[in-house]
Design a binder for this molecule. Structure first.
Ligand SMILES: [Ca+2]
Length: 315
């Protein structure tokens, strides 16, 4: 008995049945053959169909599967992890190099916050960063994050230059990397804070940059904020603002105080002036206006439970 293509002869030799999904049978064949990897065979197939670009299949597939985000599928039958420092969106046959969280957002479309690998543009260094992909549409490269006090932030200049902690936990990305990433295009700075009482707020400033070997702090204007006062702005005009200040650590005094080192007084590291109206790298869980973690525009007396400081290209 001769069945039409896409069918097989049943044991009674008098009737035909369609091949099940994942199998095919050419015209005149009495058996169904397993569909090979890289192709798919729906129910009743008479031949194998090759998966389109960005999809893959293993042997015996009734349909192709879309290549997941973070992978690439160059030959329709295998999924490969994107190499470190690159990323892909779902359905990709190639991976693209990303040099910031904003770049990852644009190349993958993901709104999942977490740790990603990026390759910096100038020095071509591949590093892990925490990306905030939720806030205001995402694309923020987080360079400081504190939430449980597990990492000691009272560190020396070299550590603040090179970074410490882990991108998946509490961390400081490093002044060298921050400066390099800010050097191309204009970026906005966003600071998120939350106190132990559960109150939260944020501050956003335009044109954040760090200049020269002292990593001198500059921003242009506050563009939006929540639960912030009009006092203690990060702008010029007061002796506590970080504006125009170099970064000071306990072993590198670049502040405006002649009678001491603000990093030692405040047990932190910051763009101290004479000394500070923000001490986000202070001692976790300690009282503010001493050496605790404070952000005075939020509340000079509020001890902060959460801090997150980040940037992304503006406009
Ligand atoms: Ca000093």
């Amino acid at each position: 008995m001769l069945c039409s293509h896409g069918e097989l002869v049943l044991p009674d030799s008098t009737s035909c049945s369609p091949c099940p999904g994942g199998y095919y049978s050419p015209e005149g064949s009495s058996i169904c053959t397993q569909c090979s990897s890289g192709t798919f065979c729906p129910v009743g197939s008479s031949n194998e169909t090759v998966c389109v670009a960005g999809y893959y299949s293993h042997a015996g597939a009734a349909s192709c599967t879309i290549c997941p985000a973070g992978y690439y599928c160059p030959n329709a039958s295998t999924t490969f992890h994107c190499p470190t420092g690159t990323s892909s969106k779902e359905g990709s046959s190639i991976c693209l190099e990303a040099n910031s969280c904003y770049d990852i957002l644009n190349k993958t479309g993901t709104h999942r916050s977490g740790v990603y690998n990026i390759t910096t543009l100038r020095s071509q260094t591949t590093i892990s960063v925490y990306c905030d992909m939720d806030t205001e549409g995402g694309g923020w490269t987080v360079f400081q994050r504190r939430f449980d006090g597990s990492v000691d932030f009272y560190r020396n200049f070299s550590e603040y230059e090179n970074g410490f902690g882990s991108a998946s936990g509490e961390y400081w990305l490093g002044l060298r990397t921050i400066q390099e990433m800010l050097s191309k295009a204009s970026h906005e700075l966003r600071i998120d804070v939350e106190s132990f009482s559960g109150r939260s707020g944020y501050d956003v400033y335009s044109n954040f940059r760090l200049q020269g070997p002292g990593y001198t702090f500059f921003v242009d204007n506050r563009t939006r904020s929540l639960n912030m006062t009009t006092q203690y702005l990060l702008l010029t005009g007061c002796s506590y603002t970080p504006y125009g200040q170099n970064f000071t650590t306990f072993d590198r005094d670049q502040d405006q105080r002649n009678d001491g080192n603000c990093a030692v007084l405040a047990k932190g590291a910051w763009w101290y002036n004479y000394c500070e109206s923000a001490n986000l790298n202070g001692v976790y869980g300690r009282v503010v206006q001493g050496d605790g973690i404070g952000y005075f525009s939020f509340n000079p007396y509020d001890n902060l439970r959460l801090t997150k400081v980040m940037f992304r290209p503006s406009g």
